[in-house]
Write a protein that binds this ligand. Structure first.
Ligand code: CMX
Length: 437
């Protein structure tokens, strides 16, 4: 059965569960809200639903119930590779099932029919100032594509129907995940390779084709597959996923929604942290260890310099996680198992920071989680493969994150989730409740 048909069946099977919960158990309490949560970014308040992924503070992310190693082990692998294709992962995110090779082949073929990016998108990117951040270019590209949104077309057709609206979200979502790596490659080539554009290779899966389009070597194909899968989803409350969900809840189409999500991803406390990690580490190398190995003392001194200047250590800490991010661990294992990369001086610095930073952050005493997150380990791999332009790294994150955000909003529409509209209160109200205890 084709992916869309399988998804239709899954959504129809799931709907009665949601309806029953609202009708029969709608008033059951699942949380309480405190004043510090209200002022402190709604941290930990249970108020979103998703079955695409779940983030346990100790264990880390599970995609459709599977840990990262389980996900990589379960999915069919790309030809000649130890890593699955991004397309197989998309099938699993959407349906919850591990696809057969034949089902993967169908998705790969489906994406081929969707990946042609209209010329007006490239024209719009070219019209931007050359020194625009690549995330601006990616976000603008999303908005430029909006005019052909199938969901918006359906809404404006006068035949809008809540039961079938998800099918049009699926169409836009699939177009977005198929096209976003092509757009990212265009941006990369425009900004950093003297506008040397490379045509799509129709024989390749998404990750391999991205590597091909940015002029990368064979080994980078697995880097791209791994990277896009690892960055795909982190349940619903993170800034990029939540923004995409929020904007789409107003029935804004997936292009508006994901452009907004990308704008959130571009923040230094979220996806831009991967760029910040590289910037921090290279400046550290330049200042402290031009001719010497990075010692514990040197790293400690540099970390304290940053903390004493009132800045955060990029790549460390997390709003939910309380242990080392398994996305960090997975990428670290990739480094350790890749000859050459395991001896790469920058990897040695990153590994040394991992030995030192948690102790320094614990002594500093502010962060609830002194352990590294995904962004602490992702840039060094890109650098090793020659993708040294680190202001591009958040674009890579954005290509991966599209998978999770698009799977989520497809299900949002399938289950008819409501317009999101939490209630705000005034400071005087909080003060009154505080006094009353
Ligand atoms: N370095 C220094 N201080 C840190 C810190 C870090 N890495 N992480 C948290 N803190 C500080 C916070 O700034 C906060 O200080 P104030 O009380 O002065 O405001 C205090 O510790 C408590 O914060 P927290 O509850 O532990 O963390 P939050 O949920 O508020 O924030 C995060 C989470 C990720 C924004 C924060 O840890 C951070 O800024 N980390 C560095 C940036 C980063 O790596 N972001 C990427 C996260 C993953 C991703 O989304 O891509």
């Amino acid at each position: 059965m084709a992916l869309k048909e399988t998804l239709k069946q899954k959504i129809e099977e799931h709907r009665p569960r949601t309806t029953r919960l609202v009708k029969e158990f709608g008033k059951v309490k699942i949380d309480e809200v405190t004043i510090d949560q209200c002022i402190g970014g709604a941290r930990d308040i249970r108020s979103l639903v998703t079955d695409i992924s779940y983030l346990d503070p100790q264990e880390g992310i599970r995609f459709r119930g599977k840990t990262i190693p389980e996900t990589f082990a379960a999915l069919p692998k790309a030809p000649g590779s130890n890593y699955p294709t991004v397309e197989s992962f998309w099938y699993m995110l959407l349906t919850g099932d591990v696809p057969t090779q034949a089902q993967v082949d169908e998705v790969v073929a489906e994406w081929k029919t969707r990946q042609e990016v209209p010329q007006y998108v490239f024209d719009a990117i070219r019209a931007l100032p050359k020194d625009s951040h690549p995330m601006v270019m990616l976000s603008v590209a999303m908005l430029t594509l909006q005019k052909d949104s199938k969901f918006a077309g359906f809404y404006n057709s006068g035949k809008f129907n809540k039961m079938t609206a998800w099918e049009y979200v699926y169409e836009d979502a699939s177009d977005i995940v198929a096209r976003i790596p092509i757009i990212a490659a265009f941006i990369y080539n425009l900004k950093y390779r003297g506008d040397k554009q490379v045509a799509i290779d129709p024989k390749l899966d998404m990750g391999a084709n991205f590597a091909h389009m940015i002029g990368q070597k064979e080994e980078y194909k697995d880097v791209a597959r791994m990277y896009f899968i690892l960055h795909s989803d982190h349940e619903s409350g993170n800034v990029s996923a939540h923004t995409t969900h929020l904007v789409h809840s107003a029935l804004s189409d997936p292009y508006y929604a994901y452009s907004a999500g990308l704008n959130g991803l571009a923040g230094p406390l979220h996806g831009l942290a991967n760029q910040e990690v590289l910037d921090w580490t290279l400046k550290f190398q330049e200042k402290y260890c031009k001719d010497v190995e990075p010692t514990e003392e040197l790293i400690k001194a540099a970390l304290w310099d940053t903390l004493n200047a009132g800045q955060v250590i990029p790549g460390y800490g997390h709003a939910v996680l309380r242990k080392t991010d398994p996305r960090y661990t997975s990428q670290r294992e990739f480094c350790l198992n890749t000859p050459g990369l395991n001896e790469y001086p920058l990897f040695k610095v990153i590994a040394k920071i991992f030995e030192v930073a948690p102790g320094v952050l614990t002594e500093h005493g502010k962060t609830k989680n002194p352990w590294p997150n995904v962004d602490a380990q992702s840039g060094v791999i890109q650098m090793y493969y020659g993708l040294t332009e680190y202001d591009f790294y958040t674009v890579l994150f954005g290509v991966g994150r599209a998978l999770g955000c698009m799977a989520n909003i497809t299900w949002d529409r399938g289950l008819g989730y409501a317009l999101e509209r939490p209630k705000s209160v005034t400071t005087a109200m909080l003060e009154k409740w505080a006094e009353a205890g």
